[in-house]
Design a protein around this ligand. Structure first.
Ligand SMILES: Nc1ncnc2c1ncn2[C@@H]1O[C@H](COP(=O)(O)OP(=O)(O)OP(=O)(O)O)[C@@H](O)[C@H]1O
Length: 586
C-alpha cells in the first residue's frame, strides 16, 4: 500500500529509515490517543478490571472447590464474594466494551478529519488515485479501531495480570512461579517471530485492497467510456484479477495468522502442564496443601490469557502499521500552496509579469505578459495545450508561478490570503463539477447564505433561469451524480451562475460556453456585456464567435503572448491569430 502512495518500504517519503518510521507510526497513534486522555484512562482501567474479573471469579471458584474437596464447607461470605466478583466482572466487561469503543470512534473521527484536511491542503496529490485516497480516509482509519479499542487495554492487562498471578503462585510456592515463568516471555514473543512477515503481508494486503478500490471507483466513473469502446469485459477481467490477488494475499495472511494462533495455544497449554507437574510434586511432598491444587491450575491456565489475547491482538500489528503509516503520510503532507499573505489589492487590474511555469520537467509558460483592466473583456487564445488553462489556474494559485509574478492592483497574489484571492477571482473551469445537491445549492457554493432572489438574478444573467424553471422541482431539482440529470450546456450555465454569485471583480471563463448552443451563447455575450461594468473578464476560448466579442485578444504561442489586438486588427496582421482561426475553421 505504501508503494501506492510512493513510499518505499525501506525508506519513507519523509526520508526516515523504515524502523524509525515504524516506531514513529505507533508513537503518533499513542500521542493521538492521549488527546482523549480521560477516555484513554477509563479504557485502560476497564480493560484491566474486565480481565481481572474473569480471572478473579475462576480463581475464587477454584479455591472454594479446593476447600470443598478438603471437606471444608465454604463460609457464606465467600459465596457472596464469588457472586459479587461474577457480577463485577460482567459489568467491567460491558463497561470496557462501551468506553473502549467510545475512545476508538472519537479518535477515528479526529483521524478522518485530519486526513480530509491533509488531502485538501496538499491536493492534487501527484500519482494518487481517488480510490486510494478514499481507502485511506475510510478503511485505514477504521483499521485503527482495533488499536485504540483493544490493543492498548490488552497491553496493560497483559503486563499487570500475569505479574499478579506470578506473585500469587510464588506466595503459594516459589517453585510454581519458576515453572510458569519461562513460558511467559515465549508467549509474549510469538508475534515477533513472524513479525517481519506480518508486516510485509499487512502492507501487501492493504496495497491490493486499495488497488481494487481505486479500480472500482475509476471503472464506475468511466463506465460510459467503457461502454462506448466496448471495454466492460476487460474492466471486469481486471477487477477479477485484483480480487484474485486479494484472495491470495488474504490466504497467505490467514496461514501465517493460523500458525501464530497454534503456537500461542501450544505455549499456553505447555504452561499449564509445567505448573501441574510442579504442583503434583509439591502436593506429594506435602509442601502445598491439596486444597490449593485447583487454584494453582486455574491461575496457571487463566492468568496467561491476557498475554495470549495480547499476542492475538499483536498479530494484526502488520496490517495496522501499514494503515497507520499511510494515514501519517497524509497527515504530514506539507501545504502545497503557502497561505500566509494578508494584503488587500488596491484595485482589480490583473497583471501577468514575465510569468514562467513548468509542470515537472515540461516548461509551459515562458515570460507571459498581459494586463486585464476592470471593464474589459479579454480573450486568451492559442492552440490546444499551449497553456491557456494553466494561466487561469495560476491566477487562482492552484499552482504558484516559478518565474515572474501575477499581480492584482500591483499586489503579488502570493501576498493575498487564498480566501481573499478567491473572492477576487471567480473561475468557471473547463470541466464543470456539480454536486449531488439542488440546483440552487450548487449555485450558492461560494456564498451559502445568498438569498433566493440573488440566486435567480445570477441564473438569469447566466441564461439558466428558463431551463431551471422547466426542471421538475425548479431550483430544488437535484443535479444528480456528476450532474447526470443535466446536459453539458445546462451544467455550464449553472457553473457560470455560481461564479457570478461570488461577485468577484475578475471573472475567468475557461471554455465555459463550449457546450452552449449558438442562441444561448449570443444571449450570454449580451449578459457579459452588461457585466463588464464592474468586472474584468478573461475568456479562454476556441470558438471564433466567443473570441470576436472581446475588446482585446491575446494570442499565446510557444508559451508566450505573441500578438494582441482586437479581432479586426489581428486578422489584418495575417499572423498567428489569422493562422489559428484558419486552423480552427478547418
Ligand atoms: N497537471 C498537469 N500536470 C502535467 N502537465 C500538465 C498538467 N496540466 C496540463 N499539463 C500540460 O500542460 C500543457 C498546457 O496545458 P493547458 O491545459 O494549460 O493547455 P490549454 O492551452 O488550456 O489546452 P486546451 O485548449 O486543450 O484546453 C499541456 O501540454 C498539458 O499536457
Amino acid at each position: 500500500m505504501d508503494e501506492v502512495l510512493g513510499i518505499s518500504p525501506q525508506l519513507s517519503r519523509s526520508g526516515r529509515p523504515a524502523w524509525r518510521e515504524r516506531i514513529a507510526a505507533y508513537l503518533a497513534l499513542v500521542q493521538l490517543a492521549r488527546t482523549q486522555s480521560r477516555l484513554l484512562s477509563l479504557t485502560l482501567c476497564a480493560s484491566v478490571l474486565s480481565q481481572a474479573g474473569i480471572i478473579g471469579c475462576l480463581a475464587l471458584g477454584a479455591w472454594l472447590t479446593g476447600l470443598a474437596c478438603a471437606g471444608q464447607a465454604p463460609e457464606p461470605l465467600y459465596l457472596v464474594a464469588l457472586a459479587a466478583t461474577v457480577i463485577a466482572g460482567a459489568l467491567a466487561r460491558w463497561w470496557q466494551a462501551d468506553v473502549s469503543h467510545r475512545l476508538a470512534f472519537a479518535l477515528i473521527e479526529t483521524l478522518q478529519v485530519g486526513i480530509y484536511s491533509g488531502l485538501e491542503r496538499a491536493a492534487p496529490l501527484p500519482g494518487t488515485r481517488s480510490g486510494d485516497l478514499a481507502s485511506i480516509a475510510t478503511q485505514d482509519a477504521q483499521t485503527m479501531e482495533h488499536f485504540f479499542a483493544h490493543f492498548l487495554g490488552d497491553l496493560l492487562a497483559a503486563v499487570l495480570l500475569p505479574l499478579f498471578a506470578l506473585l500469587l503462585l510464588a506466595l503459594i510456592d516459589p517453585l510454581l512461579a519458576l515453572a510458569w515463568l519461562p513460558l511467559l516471555p515465549l508467549l509474549a514473543s510469538v508475534p515477533l517471530w513472524l513479525g517481519w512477515r506480518a508486516e510485509v503481508q499487512g502492507r501487501q494486503l492493504a496495497a491490493v485492497q486499495s488497488r481494487l478500490n481505486a479500480d472500482v471507483a475509476e471503472g464506475l466513473q468511466g463506465r460510459k467510456e467503457f461502454a462506448v469502446f466496448g471495454q466492460e469485459d476487460r474492466w471486469l477481467h481486471k477487477l477479477a484479477s485484483n480480487v484474485q490477488s486479494l484472495q491470495t494475499a488474504q490466504k497467505k495472511y490467514a496461514a501465517r495468522a493460523g500458525l501464530e494462533q497454534a503456537a500461542i495455544e501450544l505455549l499456553q497449554a505447555g504452561a499449564v502442564v509445567l505448573v501441574a507437574w510442579a504442583a503434583g510434586h509439591l502436593v506429594l511432598n506435602l509442601s502445598v496443601p491439596p486444597a490449593l491444587l485447583p487454584l494453582v491450575l486455574v491461575l496457571a491456565a487463566t492468568a496467561a490469557v491476557p498475554l495470549a489475547e495480547l499476542a492475538q491482538s499483536a498479530r494484526k500489528l502488520g496490517e495496522l502499521k501499514a494503515a497507520a503509516q499511510r494515514i501519517l503520510h497524509v497527515l504530514e503532507l506539507p501545504e502545497r500552496i503557502p497561505d500566509t499573505g494578508h494584503a488587500t489589492p488596491g484595485n482589480a487590474t490583473l497583471n501577468f509579469r514575465q510569468v514562467g511555469f513548468s509542470y515537472a520537467e515540461r516548461q509551459v509558460l515562458h515570460g507571459v505578459d498581459f494586463e486585464l483592466r476592470p471593464g474589459e473583456i479579454v480573450a486568451l487564445v492559442g492552440a490546444s495545450g499551449v497553456g491557456k488553462s494553466t494561466c487561469g489556474k495560476l491566477m487562482l494559485r492552484f499552482f504558484d508561478v516559478q518565474a515572474g509574478q501575477i499581480c492584482i492592483g500591483d499586489t503579488d497574489i502570493r501576498d493575498l490570503s487564498l480566501a481573499k484571492l478567491r473572492q477576487t477571482v471567480a473561475y468557471v473551469p473547463q470541466d464543470v463539477y456539480l454536486f449531488e445537491d439542488s440546483v440552487a445549492n450548487n449555485i450558492r457554493l461560494g456564498r451559502p447564505d445568498a438569498s433566493m432572489a440573488d440566486v435567480e438574478r445570477v441564473a438569469r444573467l447566466a441564461q439558466a433561469h428558463d431551463f431551471i424553471c422547466r426542471l421538475p422541482q425548479g431550483y430544488d431539482t437535484p443535479c444528480g451524480v456528476r450532474a447526470s440529470r443535466l446536459s453539458g450546456g445546462q451544467a455550464q450555465r449553472i457553473a457560470i451562475a455560481r461564479a457570478l454569485l461570488q461577485q468577484a471583480p475578475i471573472l475567468v471563463l475557461d471554455e465555459a460556453t463550449s457546450h452552449i448552443d449558438t442562441v444561448g451563447e449570443l444571449a450570454l455575450h449580451k449578459a457579459l456585456d452588461t457585466l463588464r461594468a464592474g468586472h474584468g473578464i478573461l475568456l479562454i476560448a476556441h470558438r471564433p464567435s466567443t473570441i470576436r466579442q472581446a475588446d482585446r485578444i491575446l494570442v499565446l504561442e510557444h508559451g508566450r503572448v505573441v500578438e494582441q489586438g482586437n479581432h479586426a486588427e489581428l486578422l489584418a496582421r495575417q499572423g498567428a491569430y489569422a493562422r489559428l482561426l484558419s486552423n480552427e475553421s478547418t
